[in-house]
Design a protein around this ligand. Structure first.
Ligand code: C5P
Length: 232
């Protein structure tokens, strides 16, 4: 599984995402489709972007009873996405059921990664709302280990956690890291950020980059800069 730059296509409509993707004439980026676009346009948006030659990370963060997640994953697998995800909080049995649903008759399946604690959840919210009293870093590592035990391929995490995840779960366990910004760029609402070059250095496997590319004056150059810093 190679390193790659995944472009978070957080657009509200098909017209906008297609306009954006039309700019990429040479290298076709790995595309992340989130809930907003998927719920607005339905599964055809995945088929159409795939048909243009892009790999797809479908970021729907499933979390339900194991049987429901298993049957939903079967549907996503038939959609031929390349990567999808779920919440590790759904338990090991839910994660195992997801893998079963995702595995096609020929034994192939999309990459499956787990969300540990959302970066929007801080220590105070975890304690008061979820009644989890461990330090958040321990919770993230615990969820990552449980995801590995269930057979998943990796986790979504902050680039600042990627090294620790690899040391706990092994180098082959994938770290998919948002929160990436250029050294000279705007941070937006992301608080804990790294440049693509730093993310490469600490061993991220995939970086997820949205606004530094989608809001750039020249998105193709911004994407190429990410590829250059992170892969080449
Ligand atoms: O525009 P930006 O580069 O901040 O986009 C990052 C993408 O990664 C968004 O789609 C965001 O929802 C997603 N993400 C994140 N932090 C997480 C998990 C996902 O920024 N912890």
């Amino acid at each position: 599984m190679g390193k790659d730059v995944i472009v978070a296509c957080d657009f509200p409509s098909k017209a906008q995402v297609m306009d954006f993707l039309d700019k990429f004439k040479e290298r076709k980026p790995f595309v992340k489709i989130g809930m907003e676009l998927f719920y607005a346009e339905g599964p055809d948006i995945v088929r159409e972007i795939k048909a243009r030659g892009h790999k797809i990370f479908l970021d729907l963060k499933l979390h339900d009873i194991p049987n429901t997640v298993k049957s939903s994953m079967r549907v996503l697998s038939r959609l031929d996405v390349d990567m999808c995800n779920l919440h590790a909080a759904g338990t090991v049995s839910m994660m195992k059921a997801a893998l079963e649903g995702l595995t096609r008759e020929d034994g192939t399946r999309p990459i499956l990664i787990a969300v540990t604690q959302l970066t929007s959840t801080d220590q105070a919210a975890m304690e008061s709302d979820l009644l989890i009293r461990e330090p958040i870093a321990n919770v993230v590592m615990h969820y990552a280990s449980r995801a590995k035990e269930a057979g998943l391929d990796g986790v979504v995490c902050s680039p600042l956690e990627a090294e620790k995840v690899h040391s706990v779960c092994g180098d082959g366990f994938l770290t998919v890291t948002p929160g990436v910004r250029f050294a000279d760029g705007d941070r937006g609402d992301q608080k804990r950020v790294m440049t693509p070059a730093e993310a490469k250095k600490i061993g991220s496997d995939y970086i997820v980059v949205g606004r530094p590319i989608t809001s750039a004056e020249d998105p193709v150059s911004a994407y190429n800069r990410c590829v250059c810093e992170f892969i080449d």
